[in-house]
Design a protein around this ligand. Structure first.
Ligand SMILES: C[S@@+](CC[C@H](N)C(=O)[O-])C[C@H]1O[C@@H](n2cnc3c(N)ncnc32)[C@H](O)[C@@H]1O
Length: 452
């Protein structure tokens, strides 16, 4: 493909984005239907699309200042109206790539598969944008942070001055992190197997199971992945599983198991012995977990699909030593990986999520036995989904108390012998992780003990 044809494809995809349920799925379907597009072209097209999405607010701001205001109304229009793909790509070429107007005009030459030639108004636009920086000094803070204004305020409520750095870090792409599956290998063995498969990798200090890989290797085709030695899992999710402190022979419930990422880590912590029930309302995701468990050799996991008016929680009241609630949330800690999400979330969505989180916490409280623990986690930077949820829970459920995460970490460290320094603030009872502070996805983890 020519560079111009790649731009035409990126514009087509950006135009389709507002109506697509998920940006990832849109790109996958687009490339699946066009198998003739080679790997390098795919990468270039995807990079442009994701780049524009990551720079959306700043580009929209520059376009609005230049007088382009044909907002189509999708998303949080206050700070970053969604325009058609074409003006966004024009602005991206000027502000992010730093091209001169003539170079952009050369790409929009109307040739076969290239975007149609520039209109006189677009030529004028390029002249206005010429030499402008992406990071203009007068950008409103939430625009500079690529975040709807109301979400920037929500983040600041809990994180205070650290919110700006954390949100800024969420603008960048995230690397791939693997978790060693200790049911099959230790970290040194997994690193050796990755090296043999030609994958450059290194251990990370934050988690005893974590390995960072260089670039974007084709993991599903690599032997260490196919053989279940490693799983893709960010370090923060690993620490959530680690702090769950699921032990061999214990009864453990993973209440929001999804496709089982954390269930697999729990199964490894339990050395495949005891009882580990993976639950979710989404049967499709639970079913996906079955294949992953097989690959990982995680035989201790059983699955239960939670239906409406399900009696499972009543039948299992008070039975579990650990109940992990990896609750559905805004995903604001994972915007590096899902950059379009921030523009899709509405205040009404957040309210709905908060109600679901509170309901899940209460369900978990009913499942846990005396002396057992509810582990509440969200991949969120928002106070409303973290500490505020816990405060409300403790008011509703006085039988529970907070176990300081630093204390649990220290006890784990003594038992395991392979943990580094506690990564959070030792004076904070909760562990809050962030892309800026820790280089991992943003996460909130609270450990809640039912009094004995
Ligand atoms: C953050 S994801 C879980 C990710 C998963 N634990 C992992 O590590 O891969 C949240 C999950 O909660 C599930 N969920 C939403 N509402 C639920 C409910 N009321 N009960 C149980 N699961 C629910 C969603 O289907 C989703 O799979």
């Amino acid at each position: 493909m020519t560079p111009a044809a790649r731009l035409a494809a990126a514009i087509e995809l950006l135009d389709a984005l507002p109506g697509a349920p998920a940006a990832d799925d849109l790109l996958s379907a687009y490339f699946r239907a066009r198998r003739f597009i080679g790997a390098k072209d795919r990468r270039a097209i995807a990079e442009r699309v994701w780049g524009v999405v990551r720079r959306r607010a700043r580009l929209a701001h520059a376009l609005a200042r230049a007088g382009v205001a044909e907002a189509t109304g999708e998303g949080a229009g206050d700070s970053a109206p969604w325009l058609a793909g074409r003006p966004f790509v024009l602005a991206d070429l000027m502000l992010a790539d730093g091209l001169a107007p003539g170079a952009v005009e050369g790409l929009f030459d109307g040739g076969p598969h290239a975007p149609p030639p520039l209109s006189p108004a677009e030529r004028d636009l390029l002249e206005v944008l010429a030499g402008q920086p992406l990071e203009a000094a007068d950008l409103p803070p939430h625009v500079a942070l690529e975040c709807p204004a109301w979400l920037a305020e929500e983040a600041a409520r809990g994180l205070g001055a650290a919110a700006a750095d954390e949100l800024a870090a969420q603008r960048d792409p995230a690397g791939t992190v693997l978790r060693v599956n200790t049911l099959k290998a230790d970290r040194a063995t997994a690193l050796a197997a990755l090296a043999e498969a030609g994958i450059e990798a290194r251990p990370l200090d934050l988690s005893p199971w974590a390995i960072a890989v260089e670039g974007r290797p084709n993991l599903p085709a690599a032997a260490p992945y196919r053989d279940g030695l490693v799983e893709v899992q960010d370090t923060s999710a690993q620490l959530c599983a680690l702090l769950t402190d699921a032990r061999p022979h214990q009864p453990v419930a993973d209440l929001c198991a999804g496709a089982g990422g954390k269930s697999l880590a729990l199964a490894a912590s339990m050395a495949n012995s005891g009882r580990l029930v993976a639950l979710d309302v989404d049967k499709r995701r639970l079913d996906q977990g079955a294949g992953r468990a097989k690959r990982a050799g995680a035989t201790v996991i059983t699955r239960h699909h939670l239906r409406e008016n399900d009696r499972w929680a009543d039948r299992n009241a008070g039975k579990f030593a650990r109940v992990l609630v990896d609750a559905p949330c805004s995903g604001s800690g994972t915007w590096r990986r899902q950059p379009a999400q921030r523009w899709r979330l509405t205040q009404a969505d957040l309210e709905r999520l908060r109600a679901t989180q509170a309901g899940l916490l209460d369900t978990a409280a009913g499942l846990v036995r005396r002396g057992g623990r509810v582990i509440y986690a969200t991949c969120s930077l928002l106070e409303a989904e973290g500490a505020a949820q816990v405060t409300a829970f403790l008011a509703r459920q006085p039988r529970f108390e907070v176990l300081p995460a630093a204390r649990v970490w220290a006890a784990l460290g003594e038992r395991r012998g392979d943990l580094g320094a506690y990564p959070g603030d030792p004076d904070d009872p909760f562990l809050r992780l962030g892309a800026h502070a820790h280089g991992c996805d943003g996460f909130f983890i609270a450990l809640l003990r039912r009094r004995g």
